[in-house]
Design a protein around this ligand. Sequence first.
Ligand SMILES: N[C@@H](CCC[C@H](N)C(=O)O)C(=O)O
Length: 262
Amino acid sequence: MQINFAKMSGAGNDFIVIDTMQQPVNLTEPQILSLCTRRTGIGADGLILVESSETLDFSMRYYNADGKPGSMCGNGGRCAAYFAYTTGISGKTASFQANGDHYNAWITDIECVKLKMTVPDDFRSNFYANGFSCHFVNTGSPHTIIYTEELDTFNVENAGSAIRNNSTLFPEGTNVNFLEVTGPDTLSVRTFERGVEAETLACGTGAVAAALMSYKLEKVSSTSIRVTVRSGDTLHVDFSDDMKEVFLSGPAKVVYTGTVNV
Ligand SMILES: N[C@@H](CCC[C@H](N)C(=O)O)C(=O)O
């Protein structure tokens, strides 16, 4: 089977995006894993199917790099909206469905997308996991938060993998974010992603979790936070004081388009 795809990057979180409205696609878990594997496949943190929707512009189905269905991907949602805009599926404003939720996105500039997130839930603060003081929030995906003062040299792979696989505390697993507070409205974040099982260069729902938790814990004092991610890009998280309105903005681009044999 030949599949047309776009390789996209959302602040360094990279995705294979496939329009299933143009071509019928039925990929198995091993096929998605193989496509997402670096060096031997296209290589990506996840794969996104842009599917038809009866009521909205499109529906987004997200798979992690391990080939398994993922929870909400903030950068993936921003990339899907930019893909839909560049292919004419939607205009500068897009509405789509993902994981049973309704999302709105706006193309705010060339290769810049703002996404309205769902209302966060399941806030948990101050518990210990694998020797680390942790916090947790679900922003569409489950996120553990750990503060450090030495983010650049921190061993994200070791600590991230241990906490991600702590099945006593996280039966469904968790993404793990390591944060350094760099100012009253700025954070630096590195994320170990569930389903990639490695550090990625950015995580959208992770950046949102980092900003909201840091505001709740009074580690930042603004409701407009700039989050520097591992790629060096900046994600913006803006939210209302009650956290019922939450927006994630940042870069999203098509790196190349191609055809792959599966
Ligand atoms: N990179 C994503 C999060 C993707 C989902 C996640 N890995 C999971 O299923 O836990 C983002 O930008 O939010």
